[in-house]
Every structure is written in structure tokens, then in C-alpha cells.
Design a protein around this ligand. Structure first.
Ligand code: ZN
Length: 84
């Protein structure tokens, strides 16, 4: 049996995210056992169903905001730092 509280809880774990590349909007359902990155952020790797871009997203622990960035762009930053 699903109570109203359960539904509210499930709702608060779902985030609306927008692809920074093509601005497609999709819903990210947060995992009860999320992957934590090296900085201690709850992180997800998602693929945009619209343009296929691989996106990296983290949940800001201070206000639960979902931050989405393009993995390729992030890797480019890393590469350019290694070259320099
Ligand atoms: Zn996209």
C-alpha cells in the first residue's frame, strides 16, 4: 500500500534536469544508495535521450540543487591542464 507520505518522499527524490547542450528536460530519480564522488557529492552520470551527450550531475548538499554539466567539457578542462 502506498501512502501519501511515501508519494511525497518519492517526489522529493526526483529532480528535473535540463541538458546544457540541447536544453532537453528530463527527470532524474535519485538513488537511495547514490554514488558519492571524491568530493563527497552525490553524483550521477546520465545520458541525454535527446542528443546523446553524456552528462555528469551532482546534488548540492546545501540546498539539494541538481547541477548538470557535460562530461566531455569537464574532460577537456582536465586535458588542457595536463598539456599546460
Ligand atoms: Zn541533450
Amino acid at each position: 500500500m502506498i501512502t501519501e507520505t511515501d508519494e511525497l518522499m518519492a517526489c522529493s527524490r526526483a529532480h528535473i534536469a535540463a541538458c546544457p547542450t540541447c536544453t532537453a528536460v528530463f527527470t532524474l530519480h535519485r538513488s537511495p544508495t547514490p554514488h558519492m564522488d571524491e568530493c563527497g557529492f552525490e553524483s550521477y552520470t546520465i545520458e541525454c535521450s535527446q542528443c546523446g551527450t553524456t552528462l555528469s550531475s551532482i546534488v548540492d548538499p546545501t540546498d539539494e540543487t541538481l547541477l548538470v554539466s557535460e562530461v566531455a567539457a569537464y574532460n577537456d578542462v582536465i586535458k588542457s591542464r595536463q598539456v599546460a
